[in-house]
Each structure stands twice: as C-alpha cells, then as structure tokens.
Design a protein around this ligand. Structure first.
Ligand code: NAD
Length: 411
C-alpha cells in the first residue's frame, strides 16, 4: 500500500466515527498546495547535476504549516504528500497552532560533499522562498537533514526577506535553536511509555522493553526509559541487535554510541541476536524507532509484545495494524507517540518570535505538559468510544482541523 493510501485509511476510520460527509473528507484530505521544483547545481568536479525538490503544504486552517525536509534517494511526491498530511494530524492531536507540510529532495546526502549539499540547499531555497516563512510554512530537519542544513536555509531565506530566525526550526542552539530539541522526540516517547504502561497497570521495573533503532529517537528514548527504571533487554541499529535478559547497560551503550560515530557496531557488552528477531522477542513493550514499514502482514503474527509504541513514522503497515489490533495488541500511534519533536520545534518558533530564550528545564516541563494532555485526551476518547488509540488520535485531530476549517469559512 502506498504511503498516502495508508494515511487515508486511518483518516477514513476517524471520519466514519465523526460522520463526516464525502465533500468534507475531500476538503480535508486534498493538499492545500503541492510544489515540485528543479534544483540544478554544479558539482565539485564541474559537472552540472539536477534533482527534483518537493514541498507539500497540506492544511493551514489551524496556523502556519509545519513539517520536515527530507534528503533521501526514495523521496517522491506520494511519500511527501502522506507525510505532510501526517503532520496536519500530528500538530492537531497535540493541539499546536499549526497546520501540516513536508518537503524533500530525492538525493543521497552520503554521495555528496558538504559544499555540494550547501549549494543544493541554497538552490532549493531560491525556488521555494516565496511559499515558506515564519507565518506561512516553517520547515525543520528530517531524515538526511540536520541543524547545519537548517542554518543554510535560514541564511539563504534571509537574503531575500531579512532577519527571520523563525522561518525554520531545528537550528543550532548557538543560532536561535532551542535547548532540548535534540532529545525531544525520544524523551516524548519515554514520557508516553511511562503513562501508557501506568494506565495498563504495569510497573516500569517489571516491564521488559525492546527498542529498534539507536539514532536520535531510539537513544534518547532508551536514556529516558532507563532513568525511569524500565528494563530494556534489547536494542538494535543497522549494525545488528544487542540483547541481555537481565537488562542492558544503557549508560555504557550510550557512551559507546557517542564514542563510535553514532553506531553500536562492535559493541561487546551484550549478546548479539539477529536484527529481525528483536521485533519478535517476548517483551512487554516493543518500540520501533528506526524506519518505516518494519512490521508487515508477514511478521505481524510472530510479534509477541502486547504493547507497541510507534516512535518511527509508519513502522506498522495497515494490514499488520489490523491483525495486531484484532489480537488485542495495544498500539500507541506515530501521530501521537513521536510528536515530542514538533512540540519542541513549536517552542523554538515561539522563542524566536519573542526574542526570548528558555532554559532546558522550562522546555522539558512544557513538553511534558503538552504531550501528557494529548495522551490523556486520546486515552480517554479511546475508552469512551471503544476504538483503538490510533482511531481516537485521528478523531481528535480530524475533528479539530474540520472545526477550524469550517469556522474560517475559507477553504
Ligand atoms: P536516525 O537516523 O538518527 O536513527 C535511525 C536509527 O535506526 C539508527 O540507529 C540506524 O542505525 C537504525 N536503523 C536503520 N535501519 C535499521 C534497521 N533495518 N534495523 C535496525 N535499526 C535500523 O533517525 P531518527 O531521527 O532517530 O528517526 C527515527 C525515526 O523516527 C524515523 O522514522 C523518523 O522519521 C522518526 N521521527 C524522528 C523525529 C526526530 O525528531 N528525529 C521526529 C518524528 C519522527
């Protein structure tokens, strides 16, 4: 199933519950604007090369549109469109005053020099600077982009529009970035894990956890959950999976990861298991925090964890989601589970607009308040309506976007 079809399926389930008309469904699903541009630059060797860049702005009824910019060879319009819609529902479910957008360029950043990446980024901004802005559409980092890329974007945008740090989030902390942005998504996942297991009557100390992915999200999630006394028995990254039934030594793994260029390759402090086996371990909680589409109709029947938290975007395919739901697996959906990142991006934007910098403690406190409220709303609705947490999250999001669009009277 293509990415946008999957998002539409979850949207339709919520729309059925909300009894939305066909016309309204079309209004809410159709992107506000889709832009495809040519990005042509000279490579270091003098050759001229061309890429295709995209920016999809899905819905702006609740505020300026917000969403990442992805540099990856498989970026295409369908994926960007799906992720833009996901951002509309994500910002709505945590009640940030934003709409949703997403962008990307189909390229492999590992094949390009830093100078080439800078030229491509600046050429892309030249093409889209008129349709982004602090009150229009605010990009952020995503797969393949980082604080450096955000810094180039800000600088290039400011050449056209003057001083405007709020045009982009995920900037370096020294350049109007927010304290705590880097840890925010993983920390948010950890906070929600604590709340979800509490609601289900499980204690952290008695809960075995497996985490797929030890990058930005997985490592910060593991750190927070270790500090909250969860027993993390398995962690993987592209180099393989690491297992200890007594609980992994997380501080040791974090040190190793930081000392070895952000990888666990060669870590010898735990038993090695096959990467795919991590997903099928006998644990209380499974957290896919790496890439999309890892739980499919093929392996879903072998997943033993009764609780799954989708830290990555779209890690569970719709067929697998259906199968797991019918078996009683509790799934905290991506649209809520990984919203900690965009929440702290929102705090960064607020600070930029006010020229006032918050400390780390304030960021952490406000993050916990925002996502705890969102979690409680979703949990309560799922209990009241006897629907999955995914359908409840979509119901809250779709209903907020519908009401804002209808109230504005402008489509
Ligand atoms: P990252 O690149 O920092 O880390 C990805 C991790 O996954 C790495 O440890 C990598 O080795 C591992 N990995 C890749 N393929 C794997 C595989 N087949 N098996 C096991 N491990 C594998 O990325 P990230 O920023 O941590 O993002 C992870 C996911 O979370 C993505 O789906 C991303 O879209 C989503 N997400 C991230 C943020 C954020 O703020 N970083 C926000 C929302 C959603």
């Amino acid at each position: 199933m293509k990415s946008f079809e999957a998002i539409k399926l979850y949207f339709d389930r919520a729309a059925d519950q909300l009894q939305l008309s066909e016309n309204w469904r079309r209004v809410l699903l159709t992107p506000h604007r889709e832009v495809q541009v040519q990005v042509a630059v000279e490579l270091d060797n003098g050759d001229l090369s061309t890429w295709v860049g995209y920016r999809v702005q899905h819905n702006k009824s609740r505020g300026p549109m917000k969403g990442g910019l992805r540099y990856h060879p498989q970026v295409d319009l369908d994926e960007v469109r799906a992720l833009a819609a996901l951002m509309t529902w994500k910002t709505a479910v945590v009640n940030l005053p934003y709409g949703g957008a997403k962008g990307g360029i189909a390229l492999d950043p590992k094949q390009l020099s830093k100078k080439e990446l800078e030229r491509i980024t600046r050429a892309f901004v030249d093409q889209i600077h008129d349709i982004i802005g602090p009150h229009v559409d605010i990009p952020a980092p995503d797969m393949g982009t980082d604080a450096q890329v955000m810094s180039w974007i800000r600088n290039q945008y400011e050449k056209y529009h003057g001083f405007n740090p709020a045009v982009i989030t995920g900037k370096p902390v020294e350049q109007y970035g927010a304290e705590g942005r880097e840890e925010a998504t993983g920390r948010g996942v950890g906070i929600m894990a604590f709340k979800l297991l509490g609601r289900m009557g499980r204690k952290p100390q008695e809960s075995r956890v497996a985490i797929q992915g030890f990058g930005n999200v997985g490592s910060h999630c593991a750190k927070y959950m270790h500090e909250s006394e969860f027993k993390i028995v398995a962690i993987s990254d592209v180099s393989g999976a690491y297992f200890d039934k007594r609980g992994l030594n997380i501080p040791d793994m974090l040190r190793y990861y930081l000392d070895h260029n952000l990888t666990l390759q060669g870590y010898a402090g735990a038993e090695r298991i096959a990467n795919k086996d991590l997903l099928e371990l006998d644990v209380e909680l499974l957290i896919p925090a790496a890439i999309g589409h890892v739980i499919t109709a093929e392996n879903a029947s072998r997943i033993k964890a009764p609780i799954i938290i989708e830290a990555a975007n779209e890690p569970i395919e719709p067929d697998a989601d259906q199968l797991l739901h019918s078996r009683g697996t509790c799934i905290l959906p991506d649209v809520l589970a990984n919203a900690g990142g965009v929440t702290v991006s929102y705090f960064e934007w607020v600070q930029n607009l006010q020229y006032y910098k918050w400390g780390l403690n304030r960021v952490r406190q406000e993050l916990e308040a925002v996502i705890s409220r969102a979690f409680d709303d979703v949990w309560q609705l799922s209990q009241e309506k006897r629907v999955s947490l995914r359908t409840a999250a979509y119901m809250i999001a779709v209903s907020r976007v519908y009401k804002a669009t209808a109230a504005s009277g402008s489509f």
